[in-house]
Ligand binder design. Sequence first.
Ligand code: PLP
Length: 465
Amino acid sequence: MKPLTHDLAALRGLDVEHHLPAQQDYRLMRDSGGSRIIVRAEDCEIFDAEGKELLDGMAGLWCVNVGYGREELARVAYDQMRELPYYNTFFRTASEPTVLLSAKLADLLGGKLTHVFFNNSGSEAIDTAIRLVRHFWQIKGQPDRNVIIARNNAYHGSTIGGVSLGGMAAMKKQGGPWVPGFEHVLQPYTFNEGFGEDPAKFCDRAVAAIEERILSVGPDKVAAFIGEPVQGAGGVIIPPEGYWPRVAQLCRKYGILLICDEVICGFGRLGSWFGFQHYGVQPDLVTMAKGLSSGYLPISAVGVSSEIVTALRDAGGMFVHGYTYSGHPVATAVALRNIAILEREHLVTRTANDTGPWLARGLKELASHPRVGEARSLGLLGAVEIVARRGTNERFGGAEGKAGPIVRDLCIQQGLMVRAIRDTIVMCPPLTISHEKIDRMLKIIRQALDAAEPQLLALQAQVPK
Ligand SMILES: Cc1ncc(COP(=O)(O)O)c(C=O)c1O
């Protein structure tokens, strides 16, 4: 392992003095003496500067699909940097890997999604999609069709556009006012919003909420509906059976564009290349990032239908949008090779037929734990709901979000990096994960739930009966 150039305590001091990490409580960070410094990673394991090894149950941040330590991705980046480290796509210019990646993505997306627009992050892809759909309706002579319907608790990124479009209440409390023209409807979160309800009835209700909103906004004012096939950052929310085909049908009925945000679900996560393929629907736009390069370099893309491209071409004139690093040749070269690895190692079908079912089987066993209200997964995306009483969705301490961090911290102590979203422990390991490591991940979660018991009981005691 390459030694740190600084003494660890000094480095953590500098971290507190100068660094504002993403999505952090800066007081907590200061009081806890800075961040855990991650120094190395290999396959599904990350190592910190104190020598602690952690099984990475989150694939970084839902992104390292091919696992860490891929020498060939480093070599591709090195070779591309030597040959052409940068060029833009503003001047009717492009590079070979960028063009080849567009063609490869069009092939994987299939059907009418023939073109691709590149950006650097999921949030930027979302901003591109927002501008593109609104621009599309403007050139179609329907400028009032500019409302986009999303779901409550949806995560579509951290830019002003992403937060405005997203449905995360906590994010909306900071930094508004927000971009107008976004509506939010019931999320298909059966465990929270439809608990105890017949899933088919809950599905009816979730679909009806969209139709009601289309009608109240006015069908001729709705530009698009956007959703993640499975909501990731919202808590790995797997919609009830039949939800997506019915949503797609609604979009067709009212002539509304369908945007699938595949930033987490894309590139094999659900056992298909894209989540929309798993659910058998046809979007008009697809946003993707993360697994596109397995996080080795920042890159994102928006897949666009031929109908939209034709409209843009027929109208002529510039689409006045783009980023300095759109189609960055090093990022596209790495993404191309990342896709080649996913294909060569059959990681998508392996997720569908082998590791995904293995995780589902293990979660089924974990679901019998007295503090687990539900354990669910699709492909290699999983979630465990922590509840105060089995058979209910009652949360500890009478409010969501108190138990999750306790269990998460115990998981980390015991060598597993996972995330708590309120009281939901979520899992998203690299697609290379073995059966043995899946079992280890679930065993640590079980042990953490057991070890959390005294703290959970203390939480329970706080609530007046
Ligand atoms: C569905 C979805 N959309 C958009 C984003 C934003 O991506 P980024 O963090 O790369 O901007 C995320 C990030 O987690 C996401 O999960």
